[in-house]
Each structure stands twice: as structure tokens, then as C-alpha cells.
Design a protein around this ligand. Structure first.
Ligand code: HEC
Ligand code: HEC
Ligand code: HEC
Ligand code: HEC
Ligand code: HEC
Ligand code: HEC
Length: 262
């Protein structure tokens, strides 16, 4: 442990700037993973839409939304029209007044009728003070804690059954890959003395499915074929597509660099 920290302190200088640029830990736990969508809203005279990952990921896997429903993996890249939601695409897959969450139907998304502005403002909420049905503190009160990001150890929350995210919606979900899950492997950083990274396919697949990562983020033909650096991760590429936006951020060095060099 002593040695590991010594090494870390030595390298931190080199990467601290980049990590700071990634804005790693400036957000409150409830705001981490929040996405604001405003391709069309302001132009249409409505407030921008605010989407919270922390709430939705307690209920659904990443794969369900990002592969089956087709939301982009970068804020602002999915061009969502009110008509799409009304046809039952995107948010409208669930927010259609019919799909059930627990014992009640999920509230409906867009409409051409603006008389029920209170409903519009549940999503078109940026800059409004909207009363939420689910507050971060109470929903996550029993979840295992971590220091960074949402302040939650998400894979423990899933392993212990506190959350059981759905991975399938009838009529929407594509057939899942039946390819075997790869073994865990170590990634050796390109600098001497830095702890190796253990990458677990098994843990990632429980949230992501193969298609979220392959081939868009990692070609995945053969291990070592995608070359990247810590700087690129800090810039939001490769592991940094998710780590630093939705999954725990770069500041949590030891959680990735977990295998001390002997
Ligand atoms: C209920 C649906 C839903 C679930 C579940 C979900 N996402 Fe998202 N995600 C979205 C939407 C919507 C956006 C915004 C897309 C846009 O703006 O075009 C988004 C955006 C993102 C972005 C881009 C963020 C940014 O700041 O650029 C990343 C990365 C991401 N999601 C990763 C994940 C990961 C990892 C998980 C699982 C832990 C996950 N998502 C679960 C709907 C979802
Ligand atoms: C896969 C299903 C699904 C999709 C897709 C989805 N949601 Fe949700 N959303 C839910 C569920 C389930 C809840 C919780 C409802 C409840 O328990 O009351 C919820 C709740 C919400 C809430 C209410 C939060 C609160 O505490 O009051 C907002 C706002 C919201 N979603 C916005 C969005 C937006 C914006 C999109 C599209 C960009 C979206 N959702 C896409 C399933 C979904
Ligand atoms: C479940 C969440 C949700 C609710 C509720 C909702 N919207 Fe939307 N709406 C969205 C999302 C997501 C977008 C795309 C945001 C963007 O990129 O600007 C959008 C975009 C729009 C747009 C601009 C796009 C276009 O087609 O011109 C209009 C207009 C709109 N919504 C109308 C409404 C009205 C009116 C209501 C209330 C009756 C409403 N919406 C309620 C999620 C929602
Ligand atoms: C979170 C992202 C992620 C997910 C999800 C994921 N992979 Fe990978 N996969 C990787 C990374 C990172 C590598 C290493 C790439 C490199 O070094 O070029 C890799 C490598 C591989 C390789 C090459 C292994 C080797 O030893 O040469 C195969 C095959 C593979 N993945 C298959 C899959 C399959 C099948 C799934 C779904 C069951 C999956 N992956 C899900 C990130 C992911
Ligand atoms: C598609 C999104 C995505 C990508 C890309 C991704 N991860 Fe993750 N990773 C997650 C999610 C989601 C979790 C669950 C924990 C959380 O959300 O904070 C996770 C958890 C982890 C964990 C903790 C679980 C464990 O295995 O002990 C490690 C370590 C990790 N990721 C390393 C990496 C590394 C290294 C890379 C790049 C080679 C990478 N991840 C790429 C989404 C991603
Ligand atoms: C999400 C997982 C993850 C986190 C968190 C993370 N790293 Fe890395 N890091 C990697 C991966 C994967 C590599 C391998 C890239 C390579 O060198 O081939 C790497 C490589 C490195 C390298 C080798 C040189 C380079 O630029 O590639 C250094 C130094 C480094 N990380 C330092 C840090 C420090 C310091 C922190 C905390 C501030 C940190 N890392 C947090 C995944 C992570």
C-alpha cells in the first residue's frame, strides 16, 4: 500500500492537469451523470430537458437505452423531436402514459397541446423548480457508498440486489448477443511503476452488453489492438466515454489501477 501511494504521488503531477481538465469531481453526487438536452426545446419556446442517469440506472441497464432504444453516448447527439416521443420512440418508449413503473403508469412525454404545462416541465425542467417524485438522498440512502461520482458503488448495489435493472422491454429490445463473455484481463500502463488495471468483461457486460463498447469504442478484435493513453481517457475517449460522465470518474485512480506492481 505504502509503495503504491508513493508511485501514485509521483505520477499524479503528470496527469493532474488533464484530470482537472476533465472536471472530475466538481459536481454534487446527485448532479453527476445529468444530461441537458436542448437541440430544439429553447427554439420551440420550452425549457431544455434534464435527464438524470442516477434514477434511470437503478431501473434499467445501459444497454437497454443505448442499444435497444438508441440514445447516443454523447450528450446532444440524439436528435429527439416531440413527434418521436409521441410515436413511442426514445423517452416515449416508457413515458407514454401506459408503461407501468411499480403500480402506476409512467407520465406521458411530449404533446402538441401545451395546456398541461406542469407535465411538460417535469422533463423540460432546466431553470424551473420542479418537485420530484424521487429525491436522490432518499432513493440511494441504503446504497453502498464510494467517494467519487454519484458517491455510490454501483456494481455492489447491483450484486447485493438493492437494484435489479431491467435489460429487456418486450417489442423494443433487440435479441441479445449470445457470444461468450471474455475472461478478466490486466492492462499494463505505458509507464513504469504505475499499478496495472484489471478490466472485467463480466462486470461491464452486466450493465453494458457487448454492442455498447464493440466496435464503436474498442474495435475488440484482439486485446492490445486499441492503443490509447491516460490523457485520452481524461479527454472522454475510450474508458473515458463512460468513466467521468456516468460511471465513476478518473479521480478514483486506484479503482482502475488496482493491481500493484511487484
Ligand atoms: C433510461 C435510459 C438510459 C439509461 C438506462 C442509461 N442512459 Fe446514458 N443516456 C441516456 C440519454 C437520454 C442520454 C442523452 C443523449 C443525448 O443527449 O443525445 C444519455 C447519455 C449518456 C452518455 C453521454 C453523457 C455526456 O455527458 O456526454 C453516456 C456516456 C452514457 N449515457 C452512458 C450510460 C451508461 C454507462 C449507462 C449505464 C450505467 C447509461 N448511460 C444508462 C439514456 C440512458
Ligand atoms: C426505459 C424506460 C425509460 C426511458 C426510455 C426514459 N425514462 Fe424517465 N423514467 C422511467 C421510470 C421507470 C421513472 C420512474 C417513474 C416512477 O417511479 O415514478 C422515470 C422517471 C423520470 C422522471 C421523473 C423524476 C422524478 O423524480 O420526478 C423524469 C423527469 C424522466 N424520467 C425523464 C426522462 C427523459 C427526459 C427521458 C428521455 C430522454 C426518459 N426519462 C426516458 C423510465 C424511463
Ligand atoms: C418524458 C420527458 C418529456 C416530457 C414530459 C415532455 N417532453 Fe417535450 N421533449 C423531450 C425531449 C427529450 C425533447 C428533445 C429535447 C431537445 O433536444 O431540445 C423534447 C422536445 C420537445 C419539443 C421540441 C422538438 C420539436 O419537435 O419541435 C417540443 C415542442 C416539445 N418537446 C413539447 C412538449 C410539450 C408541449 C410537453 C408537455 C405537454 C412536453 N414536451 C413534455 C422530453 C419530454
Ligand atoms: C465496457 C466495454 C466493453 C464491453 C461492454 C465489452 N467489451 Fe470486449 N473488450 C473491451 C476492451 C477494453 C477490450 C480490449 C481492447 C484492446 O485492448 O484493444 C476488449 C476485448 C475484447 C476481445 C478480444 C479479447 C482478447 O483477449 O484478445 C473480445 C473477443 C471481446 N472483447 C468480446 C466481447 C464480447 C463478446 C462482449 C459482450 C459479451 C464484450 N466484449 C463486451 C471492452 C468491452
Ligand atoms: C460503456 C461504458 C463504459 C466503458 C467504455 C468502460 N466502463 Fe468501466 N464501468 C462502467 C460502468 C457502468 C461501471 C459500474 C460502476 C459505475 O457505474 O460507477 C464500470 C465499472 C468499472 C470498474 C469497477 C468494477 C470492477 O471491475 O471492479 C472498473 C475497474 C472499470 N469499470 C474500468 C474500466 C476500464 C479500465 C475501462 C477501459 C478499458 C472501462 N472501464 C470502460 C462503464 C464503462
Ligand atoms: C477508468 C479507469 C481509469 C482510471 C479511473 C484511471 N486510469 Fe490511468 N489508465 C487507465 C488505462 C486503461 C490505462 C492504460 C493506457 C495505456 O497506458 O496503455 C491507464 C494509464 C495510465 C498511465 C500510464 C501513462 C499513460 O498516459 O497512458 C498513468 C501514469 C495513469 N494511468 C495515471 C492515472 C492516475 C494518476 C489516475 C487518477 C487521477 C488514473 N490513472 C485513473 C485507466 C484508468
Amino acid at each position: 500500500m505504502q509503495k503504491k501511494w508513493g508511485v501514485l504521488v509521483a505520477v499524479i503531477g503528470a496527469v493532474a492537469l488533464a484530470a482537472a481538465a476533465a472536471g472530475a469531481d466538481t459536481k454534487a453526487p446527485a448532479d453527476y451523470g445529468r444530461v441537458v438536452m436542448n437541440n430544439f426545446s429553447t427554439k420551440a419556446g420550452l425549457a431544455p430537458v434534464v435527464f438524470d442517469h442516477w434514477l434511470h440506472r437503478t431501473k434499467y441497464t445501459c444497454r437497454l437505452c443505448h442499444v435497444d432504444i438508441g440514445f447516443g453516448m454523447k450528450a446532444g447527439t440524439t436528435e429527439i423531436k416531440a413527434a418521436d416521443n409521441m410515436k413511442g420512440i426514445y423517452c416515449g418508449v416508457c413515458h407514454n402514459g401506459k408503461a407501468q413503473a411499480g403500480s402506476k403508469a409512467l407520465f406521458t412525454s411530449c404533446s402538441t397541446d401545451r395546456s398541461d404545462m406542469k407535465r411538460c416541465e417535469r422533463c423540460h425542467s432546466q431553470g424551473k423548480s420542479v418537485k420530484k417524485d424521487h429525491e436522490f438522498a432518499s432513493v440511494t440512502a441504503k446504497f453502498p457508498r464510494d467517494k467519487f461520482g454519484n458517491g455510490i458503488e454501483w456494481e455492489k448495489a447491483m450484486e447485493s440486489g438493492l437494484i435489479t435493472p431491467l435489460d429487456h422491454i418486450e417489442g423494443v429490445s433487440l435479441k441479445k448477443s449470445t457470444r461468450p463473455v471474455q475472461q478478466d484481463f490486466a492492462i499494463k500502463p505505458k509507464s513504469a511503476g504505475m499499478a496495472e488495471i484489471i478490466f472485467s468483461h463480466k462486470k461491464h457486460v452486466s450493465w453494458n452488453g457487448c454492442e455498447v463498447c464493440h466496435p464503436d469504442i474498442f474495435a475488440g478484435g484482439k486485446r492490445g489492438s486499441t492503443q490509447y493513453t491516460m490523457k485520452e481517457i481524461n479527454e472522454g475517449k475510450f474508458c473515458g466515454v463512460c468513466h467521468g460522465t456516468v460511471a465513476f470518474p478518473q479521480a478514483d485512480c486506484n479503482r482502475c489501477h488496482s493491481k500493484p506492481v511487484k
